[in-house]
Design a protein around this ligand. Structure first.
Ligand code: DX5
Ligand code: ZN
Length: 221
């Protein structure tokens, strides 16, 4: 029996009230906090770093923080995120010179490593790394922005990764990121995904300040 987890992406949250936004989605039933780190180099956007992660921990967030690194180089920011309270740290193999070393570094820092695959990136690197990972994250949009359209061929990729995980009897989470919402989440789950990132579907749901405004959408996911 698989456990399904909802991971709201704070990229689409109101950053002026980030602590409250995170409290509200967790109270509404979200399981983990997806934390998008963009550097205007590896991806064409600029977001948040370890300081914000640390601030969320100090605010009292105890749910796992799922740090999605879209930065290059990768290694030198990893110890900072570990100190800031990251639970998962995932990175794109294209952004690391030495993928095995980066995975080991994340583990040595006390965090759970994951690899992220862009829509068109093949899965070959999993052949020698899957048993060292806690998470595989499949991008179902090109990284850089929230609110993009789900790329359907990624479902086929999800089925492949699920098969690899199960064939090896591993306990690796399969997460998907981009364009996920109530309209397609069932289909995504049927492809073997257990952890669902949703940014605009969650935070775009309502603009008012009712603390329960996320209950309906998270309930629908
Ligand atoms: C995109 C980010 C996603 C993004 C998802 O580069 O990695 O986490 O916030 O947003 P939605 O759910 O709106 O596609
Ligand atoms: Zn992400």
């Amino acid at each position: 029996s698989k456990t399904f987890r909802i991971a709201p992406s704070i990229l689409s949250a109101n950053f002026a009230r980030l602590g409250e936004e995170v409290d509200n989605v967790l109270a509404a039933g979200a399981d983990i906090v997806h934390f998008d780190v963009m550097d205007n180099h590896y991806v064409p956007n600029l977001t948040i770093g370890p300081l914000v992660c640390e601030a969320l921990k100090k605010h009292g967030v105890t749910a796992p923080i799922d740090v999605h690194l879209m930065v290059k180089p990768v290694d030198r920011i990893i110890p900072d995120f570990a100190k800031a309270g990251a639970t998962y740290i995932t990175f794109h193999p294209e952004a690391s010179e030495h993928v095995d070393r980066t995975i080991a570094l994340i583990r040595e820092c006390g965090c759970k490593p994951g690899l992220v695959f862009n829509p068109a990136t093949p899965l070959d690197v999993l052949e020698y790394t899957l048993d060292k990972l806690d998470m595989v994250l499949l991008m179902s949009v090109n990284p850089g922005f929230g609110g993009q359209k789900f790329i359907p061929y990624v479902l086929d990729k999800a089925r492949k990764v699920r098969q690899m995980i199960d064939a090896r009897g591993l306990n690796v989470s399969l997460e998907i990121d981009g364009g996920v919402g109530p309209a397609n989440i069932l289909e995504v789950a049927q492809a073997g995904v257990d952890t669902f990132v949703a940014g605009s579907a969650v935070f775009g749901a309502a603009k008012d300040s009712d603390p329960h405004r996320y209950d309906t959408v998270i309930g629908a996911l």
